[in-house]
Design a protein around this ligand. Structure first.
Ligand code: AMP
Ligand code: MG
Length: 391
């Protein structure tokens, strides 16, 4: 059995980004940029008014300016050129006419007929966004290794960039195992349970920007397990299995993976929940066999699978963000496994919830963090700083 840290190290060694693809910027949210992007234009593309007001050519001696035209956003009177003593009515976002070197906000202007004067002495350049103020043509616009956010989509779109080379995200398949699992829509036969891991994993993947390709359910039958895993491997980069990885008579996943030449990179981690976690690879495909118990499966997803997916997708920061918070109440850690505990945090203090059983999702469904406590810590007093993983 290996430690949590050793398991993470093995995952990090094996989850290496690979392929890139060209995507529309509008369809690249959460992708990581694989190649520097350069601006095709100056931004703003022309000297732009930052206010509704009046554009003037500023000279110390002129108190009154003659109104000679108008420049509204997107609609500059062509070839308009200001001379000393002239002014143009202008609006936010509009092009500042040639010859103008200041925009006076309308609140500081007195208009009398065709003449304007100011209630406050203007200064050169005021309320004008110079051409290329944000970025100039051919300048580095967006660095590789950065993730595309809503802001970056807006920013790149504003520069007229429509395509971006990104790291591909892995194709993910899910296979759940178990004779006891039934679809939620039917009456529950005695001895059966509703299948929940596939929908939960699908949802958590979605929430981190990943998509599931195919979800399959296999009965606890050795040959079927082999066949389905084999088929699922051919159409995925990452295969997530749930259940059947323990040592019961009907747990066939280990054996099936061995038959399919999936190299075991680790099996069993010194942690609670999620001890029977398997991680392996075959060619360039990664396989996680998650415990069937739902809370264990989700904990392993957050702590390990997400790290692998993020790294495969080119992220520098992988997995949940983590911080330290103060325990709200005393907590006793007995035993030789590290604990991954469901908690609720306000980002300063954290309450460890009840119902920590790996079979239960009830408290997990209200949690917003996992508290990581190391084995044999004994009594941890309220107010102690503890590592806290946020989701
Ligand atoms: P296993 O790892 O297959 O021994 O399963 C451990 C526990 O998790 C058993 O109580 C299973 O019934 C339950 N379990 C396994 N797979 C699922 C699933 N997909 N949805 C809900 N519970 C499951
Ligand atoms: Mg099972």
């Amino acid at each position: 059995m290996i430690s949590v840290q050793e398991a993470l190290d093995i995952i990090k060694e094996n989850a290496v980004k690979r392929r890139t693809e060209l995507r529309l910027v509008t369809e690249s949210l959460n992708y990581v940029v694989a190649k520097d992007l350069f601006s095709p234009i100056d931004m703003p593309p022309f000297p732009q008014s930052a206010m509704d007001g009046y554009a003037i050519q500023l000279s110390d001696t002129t108190a009154f300016h003659q109104l000679v035209g108008e420049s509204a956003a997107g609609n500059l009177t062509k070839n308009l050129e200001l001379k000393t003593g002239e002014a143009v009515r202008i609006f936010t976002g509009a092009a500042v006419p040639k010859g103008a070197n200041a925009v006076i906000m309308q609140e500081q202007v007195l208009v009398s007929g065709n003449q304007i004067s100011f209630t406050k002495q203007p200064s050169v350049g005021q309320n004008i966004r110079p051409q290329g103020e944000q970025i100039t043509k051919a300048e580095l616009a967006y660095r590789k290794d950065l993730k595309i956010t809503a802001a970056s989509i807006g920013y790149l779109a504003g520069l007229g960039i429509t395509e971006v080379l990104v790291h591909k995200k892995p194709v993910i398949n899910i296979v759940v195992t178990g004779n006891e699992l039934v679809k939620p829509s039917i009456d529950l036969p005695y001895g059966k349970i509703y299948e929940s891991n596939s929908v939960m994993l699908n949802a958590v993947l979605q929430s981190y920007g990943y998509e599931v390709n195919i979800i399959e359910h296999v009965k606890d039958n050795y040959q079927q397990t082999v066949d389905l895993i084999k088929a699922s491997l051919t159409s995925s980069d990452v295969l997530l299995l749930s259940g059947g990885i323990s040592v019961g008579d009907y747990d066939f996943v280990s054996k099936a993976l061995a038959e399919l030449d999936v190299e075991q990179l680790f099996y069993k981690v010194k942690q609670k929940p999620g001890k029977p976690l398997f991680f392996g690879k075959t060619k360039d495909k990664l396989v996680f066999a998650l415990p069937g118990n739902p809370a264990a499966a989700l904990t392993c997803f957050y702590m390990y699978v997400l790290v692998a997916l993020d790294l495969l997708s080119g992220n520098q920061n992988s997995g949940l963000s983590n911080t330290t918070t103060l325990l709200k109440a005393d907590f006793e850690v007995r035993g030789v496994r590290d604990l991954l505990l469901k908690g609720v945090t306000d980002f300063k203090t954290t309450e460890i919830l009840g119902m920590q059983s790996s079979a239960m999702l009830r408290s997990f469904s209200e949690a917003n963090c996992i508290v990581y406590l190391t084995q044999n810590s004994g009594l941890i007093k309220a107010g102690t700083e503890v590592p806290t993983y946020l989701f």
